[in-house]
Design a protein around this ligand. Structure first.
Ligand code: FES
Length: 152
């Protein structure tokens, strides 16, 4: 059964009629046309769907939309402020870290979440932040380079 819920996404309030157990990912992609978060596994295991909820990384494919009412949701699109990319996004471009690019949403969101509370992380902390993000092309080394670049 649908309910009217208000979500704050990328600094804007949205009133939506949705079933409360709908995964946040579906709402972001289907109702708000925010396609930065990707559908990968749908099981909370690959990281492709990651978003920030109150600055922390969350897996949108397994998060019921009702759980994020009253919280600040930021997607990859929301990292861009007045046309300026987030430094993490710039680092990924500069490092040419993408192959197919499907995983990069999750990689960038995970690094942004880490930097939000640890501005000068060690390499071990960067690796740990990306530990549960999968890249099927195998560009993990380039992704780590980009993550390092985002810190410098
Ligand atoms: Fe959500 Fe894989 S699609 S973790």
């Amino acid at each position: 059964m649908t309910q009217t819920l208000t979500l704050t996404v990328n600094r804007q309030a949205h009133e939506l009629a949705v079933a409360p157990d709908t995964p946040l990912l579906n709402v972001l992609r289907n109702d708000l046309a925010l396609n930065g978060p990707k559908y990968g596994c749908g099981l909370g295991e690959c990281g492709a769907c990651s978003v920030l909820v109150d600055g922390m990384m969350a897996r949108a494919c397994v998060l019921p939309v009702s759980a994020v009412v009253g919280h600040e949701i930021l997607t990859l699109e929301g990292l861009v402020i007045e046309g300026r990319l987030d430094p993490v996004q710039r680092a990924f471009i500069e490092a040419q870290a993408a192959q197919c690019g499907y995983c990069l949403n999750g990689m960038i969101i995970s690094i942004r979440a880490l930097l939000n509370h640890t501005p000068r992380p060690s390499m071990a902390q960067l690796r740990a932040a990306l530990e549960y993000n999968l890249c099927r092309c195998g560009t993990h080394m380039e992704i780590l380079e980009a993550a390092e670049l985002a810190v410098t």
